[in-house]
Design a protein around this ligand. Sequence first.
Ligand code: T1G
Length: 702
Amino acid sequence: MSDSPVVRLEKDGDIGLIIINYPPVNALGPGVSEGIIESLNTANADPSIKALVLIGDGRSFIAGADIRGFGTGRKHLPLGQRTYDALDASSKPVVAAIHGFALGGGLENALACHYRIAVPSAKLGLPEVLIGILPGGGGTQRLPRIVGAQTALDMITSGRHVPAPEAALLGILDEVLPEGADLRQSAVAFARKIAGVTPLPRVRDKTVTAEPGVFEAMRKSVARKARNQKAPYHCIAAVEAACNLPFDEGIRREAELFAELESSDEAKALRHAFFAEREVAKLPDLPRNVVAHEFTAPAVIGAGTMGGGIAMAFADFGFDVKILDATPEALDRGMERIRSNYATSVKRGSLGADEMQRRLARIHPVGGYTDIADSDVVIEAVFERMDVKKPIFEKLDDILKPGAFLFSNTSALDMDELASVTKRPEYVAGTHFFSPANVMKLLEVVRPSKASPETLMTAMALGRRIGKISAMAGNTDGFVANRSRAPFNSEMVILLEEGCLPEQVDRVMVDFGYPMGPFAVGDLAGLDIGAEGRRRRALANPNYRKLPIADKLVELGRYGQKTNAGWYRYDKGDRTPRPDPEVAAIIASVAAELGVPQRSFTDTEILHRLLFASVNEACRILEEGKAYRASDIDVMWLHGFGFPRYRGGLMFWADGIGVKNVHAQIAAWHQRYGERWAPSLLLRTLSETGTPFLEAKPAPFV
Ligand code: T1G
């Protein structure tokens, strides 16, 4: 019997059970693969065992290779000596019994088994492309042999999780158990039923051919999303090998392609993003025994774009949610916008009509505050003015039950000030959604000084329960995401004063990997919105660096797409940004008035001017104790601003440049441009000590 603590061999009569126990998700961590092989060999040598079951302890089958082991130099088992080979060589049938997840190497082990069964809630997939690699355990060779080249290409280049019933329809599973069936007992019975079947059904013995043009078509379809990535194309090449080469040669080709990816920059960046998204949920300075409140009756105040989107986010995840606005007309407009948003999704085919109705039925417009008196969590999403928000918080404080939580969707206002108008400041926090609130995954949880740990945990959990990635932010102007982004927004306009054009900046950022250039994004959001924020900051801070070119456009009524003219011009009914000579003339005239010498720019300088400005501000945020960790800022940039995921995030990318190089460049721009480029204290310290941004020790959270 294997005594490996992570894998054990048990017997149930004449059936052997190979049981994996490597919490939390049975990744193929150290000793797991070796334990499976050892148990297989032991069972095959035991005449009393007629068939085998491979099953996971705890919450899941096998969730894949241990991603933490990548890039650490840990050696993989050589081809021919891996679990997949031992399963192929087994003289006794092995049944994979799947619950929870069979992902990556987990599904690949299941595919190397002779049979596969699962509980209905199980999810199966080959998500390796999402972390910049490809299924390196035979998945690119076995999956096409079961589901065909096209379906295998779709699954492997998307990395999506396939629910068990669909996996059965595709032929991946031999059986989906009835709801509530006991997996272990069912698997033993299944194994007993197939024991003695000859020849053993091995996936590798099947063949697969592809329709002509399938691979070229796939290369075209991944191009837009893949951008500068290699992994999606390597996935396609590996599946192509499954169709053109004998199995063992295909395995060798897969291994070659895998080796080219494992230590690639994109794989390192995507692994960083994966773990950063899990780290961000951890609040190290809160008591460990604090639990989030399980809210059941959310309500939203304000049926505008944000309020409506927030209500949709709740409905999308199964919550009944009440929504309220100042007047019935405003509420009707809000509901109309919600209905039209859902109808657009149905038209695009991303939402079924029935599901739309179910979601709409969960959104309950109500007439007044008394109708939400039973709510246990209320999110205020009204106009971004303190004199509008305060009376609402006072009223909510009066009518809501003790213990109800009051959250505000404000994007920058002082949460301490807002909490101070209530008698329950310990139940107040910021929940800053990003627009559109039902789409963008980032939820910035803003931490007022009097918020209780339970309130903070509840706000973070609220985000996760409606499909968001919650990230904690200190209560500072612009919180963390927008505050770190603000210098980027200024620098891009200041570049124009020196001779750049919007289309050049946008091209650089799209080439870098953004889905859309920042000037085009500005036109989409509306240039009048930004102007309001600039006016407020200029009033509050006499040293505020004005942006006369941006202000000039707004003065001229060029608000962006909504006025068919902003940084770009737009033909009627066409959202394509077109460079506008008028804008070039405005830029030239303002630059002349300012007397700024004009010059040309390299793409690198443009990129670094925008991103280094934000890296410097991110360092200030960390040194002020307004964020837990640099990787949280990466998560915010990935999910709040569309920073290209295969670059890992703002701070991960900056570490690729090198903290000393970033500091030297910022110090040089400090000499040339003055105070706005003064290196932050933390940046100077990290540079002097050669400490990477991601290892920065931020000040305690305040
Ligand atoms: N390796 C290491 N740790 C992992 C892990 C993995 N594969 N999957 C999860 N964890 C950790 C995670 O960091 C977190 O840790 C905890 O488990 C719970 O995760 C050969 C080479 C399985 C769907 O890409 O998608 O196989 O924060 O919070 O929301 O071809 O985890 O608690 O310390 O995400 O319930 C392919 C990645 C690997 C699956 C569960 N497999 N994992 O989600 O929990 S490459 C994957 C997930 C591979 C082969 C190739 C999800 C999940 P901590 P969680 P969850």
